[in-house]
Design a protein around this ligand. Structure first.
Ligand code: PA5
Length: 397
């Protein structure tokens, strides 16, 4: 399902002795993760909850024209990135899902409100804290539209809230108004919340939830490889490779790299340490950042995510275009390595519900291990709160 090459284009940058030492620390680090109070994403999801999610997804499909998902950060990126990867580029016949809450752009929100005016839509507001500004603003604007269209009683059928079990404004609203709701468990932080209703409900509308869940837990078998990946990244950082460029060869994976940036950026970037995650979509970015990577400041290493097979084979001059794409990937790794950039390669069989979910688990595990290697808390994001606080003060003042 997932193959790894941590050696070919990496080897000479890794201190072998340190590598061996860190590999012997695996059990200690696994133990830290197992005893963390934020490791709920390792545990099996309750089958009754899965049933409820599927039922709600079916109800949405049968009663509405589209679903508006309102959320940001860890309450949005997982399902958005996944959805983008699994949809067809053109002539897409899946149920319409629109995302809001990620921007304060008046243009975006104004156009969205106009678009929704004559649609029969329902909303899923997702926020663990229930206080995030972007989510709250989009929710208020869209709820006002619902109020203009429906009675208080009717509105109840159009709102689903996914939030903390007990705390926050959204939970209070659920208790007061009796809206349908789902929980984001206390022991799962935003960017690790893929295996919760925050992402599974929007995804259950168009995708096979059983495959998503089985693919996710398959990732448990990849613990050794996740740890090895975390160690190699850490040693590259110590060799002054402080930027990790995630490289993909499918346009539809561009938001998966955004998910990766949040996962690693928020997990490691604290106490003055951490690897800066960036991304390039190939081959188009080889014609922009490619120059810097090949010949610029040598601060970077790369993680290539290759997809072995595709559902769409095209012949190009008696060759297979997908093979050409993968051949380019190999050539780029060689070229960048020659230019002083270490390259790690992860290869997926194909893009499917199962494989993407496995990859998500693999990266979540690696990010958590990495947090421990950097000796930071992998599950908090105090820096994100700083800007939120500044905004609160400016709005009040
Ligand atoms: O990873 C995280 O915890 C954050 O990025 C949050 O997901 C993000 O700030 C949104 O928070 P909330 O779900 O509370 O609205």
């Amino acid at each position: 399902m997932l193959k790894y090459d941590f050696n070919t284009y990496v080897d000479r940058y890794i201190d072998k002795e340190e590598y061996q030492t860190l590999m012997t620390k695996k059990n200690e680090i696994v133990e830290k993760l197992n005893s963390s109070d934020k490791n709920g994403w390792l545990q099996r999801i309750n089958p009754e909850l899965v049933k409820r999610i599927k039922q709600t997804a079916n109800d949405i499909k049968s009663h509405f024209d589209c679903l508006v998902v309102i959320g940001i950060g860890g309450s949005f990126l997982g399902s958005y990135a996944f959805d983008k990867m699994l949809r067809d580029y053109f002539q897409d016949d899946k149920f319409e899902i629109i995302y809001a809450g990620t921007t304060l752009s008046s243009k975006y929100l104004d156009e969205l409100l106009k678009y929704l005016k004559n649609k029969n839509f329902c909303i899923n507001v997702i926020s663990k804290s229930g206080t995030t500004m972007e989510t709250s603003i989009a929710y208020k604007l869209i709820k006002d539209l619902l109020k203009r269209k429906y009675t208080k009683e009717e509105i109840k059928n159009h709102i689903i809230i996914t939030t903390d079990k007990e705390k926050g404004n959204l939970r209070e609203e659920v208790n007061e108004e009796g809206y349908l709701s789902f929980e984001i468990p206390e022991n799962i932080g935003g960017r690790y919340s893929f295996i919760t209703p925050a992402h599974l409900l929007p995804l259950a509308i168009n995708y096979d939830l059983d495959e998503i869940i089985s693919g996710y837990y398959y990732g448990k078998r990849l613990l050794d490889e996740s740890y090895q990946y975390a160690v190699i990244r850490y040693l590259l950082f110590k060799a002054n490779k402080v930027v990790e460029n995630f490289c993909v060869y499918e346009e539809n994976m561009s938001f998966f790299t955004e998910w990766l940036k949040q996962l690693f950026g928020e997990t490691e970037g604290k106490n003055g340490v951490g690897i800066l995650p960036i991304s390039t979509i190939h081959t188009r970015d080889l014609h922009s950042l490619g120059q810097f990577i090949q010949e610029g400041n040598k601060i970077m290493f790369e993680t290539f995510i290759k997809v072995e097979n595709t559902s769409n084979y095209i012949d190009y001059q008696n060759r297979n275009l997908h093979e050409i794409n993968n051949l380019v990937e190999d050539s780029v790794m060689r070229a960048h390595y020659k230019g002083g950039v270490p390259c790690i390669e992860l290869t997926l069989d194909e893009i499917s519900e199962e494989t993407i979910s496995t990859l998500i688990y693999f990266f979540q595990l690696a990010a958590a291990f990495s947090g421990y290697l950097f000796q930071v808390n992998p599950f908090d994001q105090p820096g994100v709160e700083v800007y939120k606080e500044e905004v609160r003060k400016s709005l009040e003042g």
